[in-house]
Design a protein around this ligand. Structure first.
Ligand code: ADP
Length: 711
């Protein structure tokens, strides 16, 4: 079952791009909000400034009204304080000197008039600063205003004012006036105020600078104006206040103007600018930080994707387990190996573990779906051992797993603790290699090796056929001669008949002895045939503890066959207390036979008078020199004992060019040789963990040595 589709393995980060867009939208939104906030602050600041200006103007106007009332009140007091002469005093004598001084000091008063109780004018005093405003005739039209004021004054029993009225001037233009009627003894004192003069004298110095001050009627008509004209490009501020006087209500209107407030009003400019700069800087910094984060995120995502691609494409199965033995991760190769999907393995297995752990003795010991049922118990114990902290072998170990279809296969497992960034173990990480193919190839090569060795053995036997016939000829000839001898004896006995009873008994004894000899010889022939049969027979391929002498004894009859033919003397020496060796005896016997035969053939030279084959068996690391052995063997001998077999001859020795190809299969110098002997010998010895070496023999010949592990 495929674990994952191929597309999923492609390195890509689609979610990442979407997030990046979302993030940009958010940034845009934030920038817009900040701009809106800044705009609002600026607008509020402008409004604030306008309100401030308006409030200041209102304040000034209120103050001005208060000042005006106070001044008018003071004037009333001054008028009342005048010590007026008797009513009928003529001309200038009708006025005390203070009256003229009063008019001089108070320019807002343009005229003083004394009237009797019937409001008839008695005396008039004009301000020195103006031309005569009224004459006797024109004055008549003012009677109404004066009458109104004095009527009110009489009603209130207090000074009262008349509404303002316009008096045209003889030289053109006119003047807005207002009458004040103060009741005095036996009549009235009427003071005429010029409205414009009131503004100039009473308010002018403080209020008229930079603004326009006017008395206006409720409908906005200006009665009197002082102040500067409005400048172009300025904004106007208006404040109106009622001046409530007895008898009349005036409206004081102040028009102030100042340059329209800047977009950034002075007061807040610095603050807002500073805040804006700070805000924008923070935004820029944030943006930079985000960009860096994005970059890091992207790199991280790429690294992750790369790791993932690596894990997905690797052909080694990978598996992670937590400390309770639950699967937390499997890679596609592992899924392919066992035939289960990642979901089946991780989720199901994980859940099972969780639910089972509740009622199990060993918590978190679930059975993995890929464990063969018959081995599950053993695996559970192994897992428990691992979870208890037992370290797995570094070189890995072999195990058998089950595919989803139930077939078993061998795996090589390498396990290591899974450490997190803080170097704390969080579980176990395992790598798996499916070794079924290797095992199959090994099995094949082992079978062909076996077949090769069997054929080599048969070939040896074939070579020995002539030796056999020679060897069997002797006992067969002996049997034949004993048989004919016996026959002669029997025939001789029959001729003599029953006459000589003693002679018959002798004959019987001799025949019996001859038959015994025949049996002995047949036994000897049988032994020869048995020894060959034993050698050729296939035996079980098992390692067993075998005494070295048993190995030698097994091949000795065969060696002797050839030795007798080639007139070789066998010199054998075995140490007394040798341990048994752990070996496959069939193979080792063949090694011994091969080496012995090679040695004897090397001595098959006519000029050689004495031919000796030396067979030695000793404990490696004993008295014998171990020159020529690899260090590996020397080191191995320290931990375990080795038994060394040596086969030495005094033959031709091995020349340089033969040496180079000595162990090459099918290399031989003999016409009837197969060239398989030595290469097979070395394979066999190395399969047993030993080593096969050779060296020149003193004074001549060669010595072959090999080692086998002691049992
Ligand atoms: P074969 O015996 O069939 O020739 P081997 O592999 O046993 O095959 O030997 C290969 C060759 O090695 C022999 O032909 C011989 O030349 C050489 N050789 C083997 N043993 C000895 C020895 N003890 N002395 C000299 N030469 C040897």
């Amino acid at each position: 079952m495929p674990c994952r589709s191929k597309h999923e393995r492609v390195v890509s980060v689609p979610g990442f791009e979407r997030n990046a867009w979302q993030r940009w939208y958010l940034w845009l939104l934030l920038a817009m909000l900040v701009l809106a906030l800044l705009g609002t602050v600026v607008w509020l600041a402008g409004r604030h400034e306008v309100e401030q200006a308006q409030a200041a103007l209102d304040r000034d106007t209120t103050d001005a009204v208060a000042d005006l009332r106070a001044s008018l009140q003071r004037n009333i007091q001054s008028l009342r304080a005048l010590r007026l002469p008797a009513q009928n005093a003529p001309g200038d004598a009708a006025w005390p000197p203070e009256a003229a001084a009063l008019l001089r000091e108070h320019r807002e008063m343009v005229r003083l008039e004394r009237r009797d109780a019937g409001l008839m004018p008695l005396a008039v005093l004009e301000t020195p600063y103006r031309m005569r405003i009224f004459d006797k005739v024109t004055r008549g039209s003012e009677q109404n205003d004066v009458a109104l004021a004095c009527t009110t004054a009489r009603k209130l029993v207090a000074p009262a004012y008349s509404p303002s009225h316009y008096v045209p001037m003889p030289e053109g233009g006119g003047i807005e006036l207002m009458e004040l009627c103060v009741p005095v003894e036996g009549g009235y004192l009427v003071a005429t105020y010029g409205l414009r003069d009131m503004l100039t004298e009473l308010l002018g110095p403080t209020l008229a600078r930079g603004q326009e001050v006017a008395f206006a009627e409720p409908d906005g008509t200006r009665l009197a104006i002082i102040g500067v004209r409005r400048r172009a490009g300025t904004r106007i501020f208006t404040s109106q206040q009622l001046v409530d006087l007895p008898g009349v209500t005036l409206m004081l209107r102040v028009d102030g103007w100042r340059a329209a407030p800047d977009i950034f009003p002075n007061l807040l400019t610095a603050l807002v600018t500073a805040i804006s700069i700070a805000l924008v800087s923070v935004l820029v910094l944030l943006a930079r930080d985000t960009r860096r984060r994005l970059k890091a995120e992207f790199e991280l995502a790429e690294t992750l994707a790369f790791r993932k691609a690596m894990e997905d494409s690797v052909i080694t199965g990978l598996r992670a387990r937590d400390l309770r033995g639950r699967l937390t991760y499997v890679n596609p190769a592992f899924c392919e190996m066992v035939g289960f999907s990642a979901e089946e393995l991780v989720a199901v297995h994980g859940e099972t573990a969780g639910s089972e752990s509740g009622h199990r003795d060993a918590p978190g010991m679930p059975e993995a779906p890929y464990w063969p049922t018959e081995l599950a118990h053993e695996y559970q114990q192994r897992q428990a051992h691992r979870l208890a902290g037992g370290m797995p072998p570094r070189e890995g170990f072999e195990s058998v797993f089950m595919r989803k279809d139930g077939s078993r296969f061998p795996v090589l497992i390498f396990e290591a603790p899974l450490l997190n960034a803080q170097r704390v173990q969080t579980g176990w990480m395992s790598a798996f290699i499916d070794v079924s193919e290797q095992r199959r190839i090994e099995e094949l090569s082992r079978a062909s090796q076996e077949r090769l060795q069997a054929s080599a053995r048969l070939a040896t036997v074939g070579e020995m056929a002539s030796l056999l016939s020679h060897e069997l000829a002797q006992p067969l000839a002996a049997i034949a001669s004993y048989a004919s001898g016996s026959l002669n004896l029997l025939e001789g006995g029959a001729d003599r008949g029953d006459a000589d009873r003693g002679a018959v008994i002798d004959t019987n004894v001799e025949v019996a002895m001859a038959v015994r000899r025949i049996a002995e010889q047949a036994d000897r022939a049988g032994q020869v045939i048995r020894s060959v049969h034993d050698f050729v027979r296939r035996r079980d391929r098992t390692r067993e503890a075998v005494a070295p002498r048993a190995l030698i004894d097994a091949v000795l009859p065969l060696v002797q066959l050839q030795a007798r033919k080639l007139s070789v003397r066998i010199d054998m020496a075995l140490e007394d207390t040798l341990p048994a060796v752990l070996c496959d005896r069939t193979l080792v016997e063949q090694v011994l036979l091969n080496l012995a035969r090679n040695a004897m053939q090397a001595m098959d030279m006519p000029e050689l008078v004495e031919r000796v084959l030396q067979l030695r068996v000793l404990l490696a690391g004993g008295t014998d020199s171990r020159d020529g052995y690899s260090n590996g063997i020397a080191r191995a001998s320290e931990v375990r004992r080795w038994v060394e077999f040596s086969v030495a001859d005094i033959g031709s020795g091995i020349s340089k060019d033969v040496e180079e190809r000595l162990f090459t299969p099918f290399f031989t110098t003999r016409a009837d040789g197969m060239g398989l002997g030595l290469s097979l010998c070395r394979t066999v010895v190395e399969q047993h963990g030993g080593a096969l070496v050779y060296a020149p023999h003193r004074p001549r010949g060669t010595v072959f040595r090999f080692t086998l592990p002691a049992a």
